[in-house]
Design a binder for this molecule. Structure first.
Ligand code: ADP
Length: 447
């Protein structure tokens, strides 16, 4: 290394310094940033060669060294500068993508929250802030911290019930749950929230997105309807009770007169009045369930006895023969006797109602795994699998244009489900369209 001065160390130091400059400027400004110090260094080397007036082999090796260093510096500038430029482009692309995503979600008519896989908010949109009455910033914890929610039935909202949280934990989409939002300015609205986990190409969860749809208008109409039904059923209850009382007095007089035609008429009126009372009671029960006021009076009783009583009562009103198969006798349960009677009556009358031909209805009772299981099997029209869950929802009825319509309000199974749920039991159906249905429910046995 002749040309960089004497002693040789000074030359090595100069190369090192040049490389440091090239490294720094190409990292800072990209390829061009690195090429400028490279150029300056090469010009400097040429200047040195010229001033030292090398000749022969000295000149030759100095020129070769300058060319090699020129190639090295250019390679260094293009590699480091190129990397820097690539990184810039990546960052730019990512921010472009973010802006694009944010612009799209800001246009949506629904509230959107996007969180990372730990449930920390990364994006929210304007509609979300409007719905919640406060702004949601990246970094907040999605779910409890950000959302002033209660469930639509006014129960306080727990973290575990947040659809976003659930979708991250279960790794599955959560569909349409209803919540009430109480805003800081004391106004409120209702929303339906769905959430879904977002996976990368390897199938790993990297984020989750939640959609909040404003359902305040529909909910308020629904609440007004509920209020009306509640009021109307309360108003109907009192005159109906008096009517039944007068009817019983009238019935006694008619029996004394021994007029068979009048007796039959009175019996019909009595039966219809009782049906009307059942409907009013069911409507009131629905209101009670919605307001959390369905109460139970628990006692120990023999479930076989109640099953038998219910069968006797329902048998008088149906053309279908009810066949009771019990596996063992005298099972004691700790439950609300009247409410269990209500569930059994509902399932048995449904079995009869949805069996247009006089086919038999089978009732079985068995004990297994610390539970009493009762099943009611009919050979009627059956329920398609797609309706199995929904028939237990409020006001849900299977409608089929070809089918003849059956009377009813679609609340019997909803009430039954709530009663069984509150007794820590389960209720479900096994059925196929056209092949009859079997409804099951379980109750814990008294320990
Ligand atoms: P309702 O019978 O008054 O309509 P329910 O809540 O008791 O209301 O039942 C809900 C729906 O479930 C019914 O409308 C009917 O479509 C279906 N369903 C209930 N029980 C049966 C049954 N045993 N067989 C076939 N369908 C049934």
């Amino acid at each position: 290394m002749y040309f960089l001065g004497q002693p040789e160390d000074v030359g090595i130091l100069a190369i090192f310094l040049a490389m440091l400059f090239i490294f720094y400027f190409s990292l800072r400004d990209g390829i061009r940033g690195g090429l400028i110090p490279s150029g300056i260094a090469i010009v400097y080397y040429l200047y040195i060669i010229k001033t030292r007036s090398y000749v022969g082999s000295e000149l030759e090796s100095s020129i070769i060294a300058t060319i090699v260093l020129g190639i090295l510096y250019t390679a260094l500038s293009t590699t480091i500068g190129g990397l820097r430029q690539k990184l810039d482009r990546l960052i730019e692309n990512e921010s472009d993508e973010k802006v694009r995503l944010q612009t799209i979600i800001d246009q949506l008519p629904v509230g959107v929250i996007i969180s990372n896989r730990n449930g920390i908010v990364t994006n929210g949109n304007k509609k979300l802030s409007d719905l919640l009455g406060k702004s949601i910033r990246p970094g907040m914890k999605a779910g409890v911290d950000t959302l002033p929610l209660t469930q639509a039935d006014e129960k306080p909202h727990k973290k575990e019930e947040s659809p976003l949280y659930q979708s991250l934990v279960t790794k599955k989409p959560v569909t349409g749950k209803e919540f009430k939002i109480s805003r800081p300015d004391k106004t409120h609205s209702y929303v339906q929230i769905s959430a879904t986990p977002i996976k990368n190409v390897q199938g790993k969860i990297i984020a989750a997105a939640s959609i909040l749809t404003d359902i305040t208008e529909r909910k308020e109409v629904e609440l007004r309807k509920d209020d009306f039904v509640n009021m109307a059923s309360h108003e109907l209850k009192t005159p109906l009770t008096s009517m039944k009382l007068y009817l019983e007095i009238l019935g006694k007089q008619v029996i004394q007169q021994k007029n068979p035609k009048s007796i039959r008429l009175i019996e019909h009126i009595h039966y219809q009045t009782e049906r009307l009372q059942d409907i009013v009671r069911d409507l009131l029960d629905v209101s009670r369930i919605k307001t959390g006021k369905l109460t139970f009076s628990l006692e120990d009783f023999s479930i076989d006895e109640v099953v038998r009583e219910t069968i006797d009562a329902v048998q008088q009103t149906t053309k279908n023969t009810i066949i009771y198969k019990e596996k063992q006798r005298n099972h004691i349960v700790h439950a609300d006797r009247f409410r269990i009677y209500q569930v059994l009556t509902n399932l048995l009358t449904n079995a009869s109602k949805y069996s247009p031909d006089p086919t038999p209805i089978y009732v079985t009772l068995k004990k297994s795994q610390g539970k009493i299981q009762i099943s009611i099997k009919d050979l009627g029209i059956g329920v398609a699998k797609s309706h199995h869950k929904k028939i237990f929802e409020r006001l849900y009825q299977v409608t089929d244009l070809k089918e003849k319509t059956f009377p009813g309000l679609g609340i019997g199974l909803y009430i039954s489900k709530e009663i069984i749920r509150r007794h820590k039991g389960k209720i479900w159906v096994e059925s196929e369209r056209g092949k009859g249905s079997t409804f099951y429910f379980t109750l814990p046995v008294k320990k």
